[in-house]
Structure formats: C-alpha cells, structure tokens
Design a protein around this ligand. Structure first.
Ligand code: MG
Length: 345
C-alpha cells in the first residue's frame, strides 16, 4: 500500500529575481510525499511557465501520475512507473520529476544510504555550485555581488540579456575580482549580436556563456559557438535527453535540469547521452526548494559544472537538504539517508 500526499507551497525569494524574460518575488512549488513499507520519500515540482507548466497543471496531472505509482507492486519499480507515467501523461516534466525524485529518495532511504551512495557515486568528486546574481540596477548588483562574496561563494552566475552587458560585467567583476564568473543571456540575443557581445565581455574573464540565442534557432547557436571566443552552454536548447544529439557540435556544455527532463532517472540518461556526444555537463535548477533540489545535489560527482543554487535564492526554504557551505556541495557531510530533504527545523 502506498500513501500519497500533495501540497502546494508559495516560497518567497530573498531578492526580487530578474532574468531576460521577467521579474518575480515568489515561486510556487508542489511537494509530493510517497509512503510505503514504513518509509517516506519526498519530491517536488518547480514548474516553469517557459516549458508550459504551472502549479495548476502540476496539480491537474498528479492524480493520474500517482495512480500509476499506486498500481505498481513496489516503489522500487521505477522503470515500470516511469513507463506508466509517460503512457498516460505526455510531457509535464516537472510533475513527473516530483514523483521520480520522491521514488529515488524513498529507495535510498529504504536502503539506508545517502542517494549518492545508492547511485554508487564518489562524494569526493563533488563540486561547488554557482550562485546567481539576477539583473538589477548597477548599485543593487554591486551590493548583491558583495553579499555573495562575503558569504564565500567562489562561482557567480550573472544574468545578462539587456543592452547593459558591459556595464553589468564591469560592476560584478569589480565587486568580485577573484570570483569565477559565468553569464546567462536566457535566449535574449540574435546570433551576430551574441558574438559581438561575447567579444565585449571576454576581457572580464568569463568562464562560459549560457544560452545566447533562442532555443528555436539551433543553427544560430552553432554560428555563435563557431565564432565565440568563449565556450557556449545550451540550456533552453536542451530540455530532454532526446535533445542532446542536436546540441552536440553547436555548444560545448549542456545545462540539464531535473524539472526540464523529468527527474533523476531521465537526468542520468541525459548526462550519459551528453558524455557520449562529447559535451560537458552542467546540472542546473529552477528556483526551487530542497524538497527537489537536494536530490539534484547528489548528481554533482557526475558533473563538470553545478548550478544548484535554487534553495540559496529563497528567503526561507521549508526543507533542508545537502549542506552548501560557501556553495560547496558537501555530500560527505549529509549524514542521513535518501536525498536528505527533510522539513526545516
Ligand atoms: Mg539558464
């Protein structure tokens, strides 16, 4: 017998968060708990309107997805459950990720192992996550950057996509002279514009540029990669494992997310597909709670880059997860089984 519980949470952000597509101050997530054989697993959906999901669509499809879970003989039957979910509900990756993450958390807790150990991954290979600085007035960006440096975050991801790319880089670089800087344009540029702007920001010592052009323009992405002096990462251009082959040759790095591909299982497939195509791998996230983010942190040993700061951007997270001291994904310090997601004290 599997008991299920679904709950919507509105989470306040620490700072209003602006990217090329817009600004927000709160984020809505839907948590899922699965209880069977005396063990509970936790997951959550952090739906993105950009990919056609909202909390309402998540709540609309979850009853059907959870029927599949209840029909399975055991919560260990992840392959069967995933096939069942895909057969009854098309797309809706964040809703499926909530279930998938809860299943992985449950299975690792049943085995009394932290999720990374359940997956056979080496915690010594873990990484440091980047911390995102959203678009704002220069004074506010300077202040946010100083704050990030004070908290010890050594890797900053800077949102671009306005005409102020040079001013933003100048501001952030002068406030964080020693930080590793990555930038994300969130599809805001045309291919030629992107090459010009990347040339303009290159002197600020930028590690790579994420999603310079719209996802609908794969040739444009390839054009930018060919002419860019900096490596290119594909985020919106690479949503599911099926998208990986088309990105190969047009980007250097793929930014995968549990909420785009449908959870830990599909993310593992996407990571292996990306490796097979010679791509470097970053795992990113939405602004999300540790109810889902904690599980993503356990995949850090498989990555080249981690952008798992979703919980760090919240004013308060109802769940605690993997410790992230100064951005370090401290898997070895977790000290409890499963993803480590548990209600905050
Ligand atoms: Mg991105």
């Amino acid at each position: 017998m599997t008991e299920t519980d679904v709950e919507r949470h509105e989470l306040a952000l620490e700072h209003a968060f602006t990217i090329a597509r817009g600004t927000r101050t709160t984020v809505d997530v839907v948590t899922v708990e699965l209880e069977s054989e005396g063990t509970t697993g936790v997951g959550a959906a952090a739906p993105a309107a950009h990919y056609g999901e909202t909390v309402s669509t998540v709540e609309a499809v979850l009853p059907t997805l959870l029927d599949t879970v209840r029909d399975a003989p055991s919560l260990h039957d992840r392959q069967r459950i995933r096939r069942g979910m895909d057969a009854t509900v098309r797309d809706n990756p964040a809703a499926k990720a909530a279930v998938d993450v809860a299943l992985f958390d449950w299975a690792a807790r049943r085995a009394d192992l932290p999720l990374y150990r359940y997956l056979g991954l080496d915690p010594r290979e873990s990484l440091t996550t980047s911390y995102t600085v959203g678009i704002d007035d220069p004074d506010v960006m300077r202040e946010k950057t100083h704050e990030a440096v004070e908290r010890g975050y050594p890797v900053l991801k800077v949102k671009l996509g306005t005409t102020r790319h040079e001013e933003i880089l100048e501001t952030v670089r002068s406030a964080a002279p020693d930080a590793t800087l990555r930038v994300d344009a969130n599809e805001a540029w045309s291919p030629r514009e992107a090459v010009r702007k990347i040339e303009a920001i290159e002197p600020y010592d930028v590690e790579f540029v994420e999603q310079p052009v719209p996802a609908e323009d794969p040739e444009g992405l390839g054009f930018v990669r060919e002419h860019s002096p900096l490596p290119i990462a594909a985020d919106e251009s690479c949503v599911t494992p099926d998208d990986v082959p088309a990105v190969a040759g047009r980007a250097d790095i793929v930014n995968l997310k549990l909420m785009k591909c449908g959870g830990v299982g599909p993310a593992l497939e996407a990571i292996h597909a990306a490796r097979a195509h010679g791509l470097k791998v970053m795992l990113g996230c939405m602004v999300e709670s540790n109810a889902s983010l904690a599980a993503a942190c356990h995949l850090a040993p498989l990555l080249d880059y981690a952008d798992l700061d979703g919980s760090l951007l919240l004013a308060e997270d109802p769940y605690e997860g993997v410790p992230l001291p100064a951005g370090e994904i401290a898997l070895s310090d977790l000290g409890r089984p499963g993803s480590g997601a548990r209600p905050a004290e």
